[in-house]
Design a protein around this ligand. Structure first.
Ligand SMILES: Nc1nc2c(ncn2[C@@H]2O[C@H](COP(=O)(O)OP(=O)(O)OP(=O)(O)O)[C@@H](O)[C@H]2O)c(=O)[nH]1
Ligand SMILES: [Mg+2]
Length: 369
């Protein structure tokens, strides 16, 4: 039987992985290829799964820890997607605070599942909002040097670095970012594109279908720094049930108000967001709003353009702040939302924590003495 092509799109929280995966999936479908997607999170209730399913894709998820710590779950979920309607390509999105994926996911797949799986080059999406500061050696990048370590290790293990969001950057800024990546990581292929507009995405889609050369080396990794950098983030997933008391409300406006209030409270606590995303859903409606960096206002990335009397707000927040504070911010803002919009709001399925130390199922580093 033909082998499944495993395409993994890594990169920091809020870099644009899910947007890019949606774009690539559409491009591959237009070429007649069948696509399956795997999402991943430290907790349950994933905005990415819901938003990709709402776009009509077949999505499986690995929850509770990253792919490297849940390697067997990843293999199982890929196997389930490969059931009746066997895809040609799997697009997999690891957790955005995860690194060492070449040694803990790709090399184990190569060694243990060579007959079933063919690997694509590893693409890592560079988030310009934090990347310009981290690669430019700014004194304040928003996170501690340990979180910046993860950001750089992700780029170091890439075969292809994807400079995303070029639609909102000047040509000079794009050139500078590409130069900075090429100076620091001399062996990388660099592609600049916009997952949002699609510019440059055909080239990447093509590159990801080409044979992977096989790497000679995986980055040296200090798991203490990695674990501490990841644990800097407060991680929160929950659902806020909003029920209109009298009349219907504009879903996009209510969602934008909710995320702006969350961002304002986090920002006034001095907390840097890695990515705070909220999806509004009810029956056939989906809207998503995101906040990816301090100093840049939140934005609505997917609009519903409808009114509704009730909606569930699925909150996935990854912010450099204590999880207890993040929890109280979400609870307070849910209350404010109820008062401001004359709705009943109820917070359910709250999970908040700092990510635990990564404990990969397999680790097969290459080229290390
Ligand atoms: N302007 C612009 N915004 C983009 C582009 N790609 C993604 N974004 C926005 O960046 C934000 C984060 O995008 P996602 O695709 O959710 O990022 P992600 O890497 O999947 O985030 P996590 O899953 O949380 O790690 C959203 O507001 C997107 O709309 C792009 O090409 N241009
Ligand atoms: Mg995502």
């Amino acid at each position: 039987m033909k082998r499944l092509r495993y395409v993994m799109i890594g990169g920091f929280l809020g870099a644009g992985k899910t947007t890019l995966i949606g774009r690539l999936a559409r491009l591959y479908r237009e070429q007649g290829l069948r696509v399956g997607i795997v999402t991943n999170d430290q907790a349950e209730g994933l905005v990415d799964t819901l938003s990709l399913r709402a776009q009509g894709f077949d999505v499986g998820e690995v929850t509770g820890a990253c792919f490297c710590c849940k390697f067997n779950d990843l293999v199982r979920v890929v196997g389930e997607l490969a059931g009746d309607n066997r895809p040609d390509i799997i697009l997999a999105e690891p957790v955005g605070s995860c690194t060492d994926l070449a040694a803990t996911v790709l090399e184990p797949l190569r060694h243990l599942y060579a007959a079933e799986v063919e690997l694509a080059p590893l693409a890592v999406v560079l988030k310009p909002e934090h990347g310009e500061k981290i690669l430019g050696d700014a004194s304040n990048v928003g996170f501690s040097p340990k979180a910046a370590y993860i950001f750089l290790k992700q780029l170091e293990e890439a075969d292809i670095v994807v400079v995303n969001k070029i639609d909102k950057l000047s040509l000079e800024r794009v050139d500078r970012l590409v130069d900075q990546v090429q100076e620091r990581f001399t062996d990388k292929q660099v592609v600049a594109l916009s997952a949002r507009t699609g510019v440059g995405c055909d080239e990447l889609a093509q590159l990801l279908l080409e044979p992977e050369n096989g790497r000679a080396k995986t980055p040296e990794m200090d798991y203490d720094i990695y674990a501490e950098g990841e644990a800097e983030l407060g991680w929160l997933n929950c659902t806020v049930k909003v029920r209109g008391v009298d009349t219907a409300f504009e879903v996009d406006d209510l969602l934008a108000d909710f995320v702006e209030r969350l961002a304002a409270k986090c920002e006034s606590s001095g907390a840097e967001p890695a990515h705070l995303k909220v999806l509004a859903a009810d029956d056939d409606l989906t809207a998503v709003a995101n906040w990816v960096c301090s100093g840049i206002p939140p934005e609505t990335s997917i609009r519903s353009a409808v009114k509704a009397k009730e909606v569930d707000l699925v909150v996935n927040a990854r912010v450099a702040i204590a999880p207890e504070i993040l929890t109280s911010i979400v609870n307070e803002v849910a209350k404010e939302l109820g008062l401001g919009w004359s709705t009943n709001t109820e917070v359910v399925e709250m999970q908040s924590f700092r990510p635990g130390r990564p404990m990969p199922t397999h680790r097969m580093p290459l080229g290390q003495s």
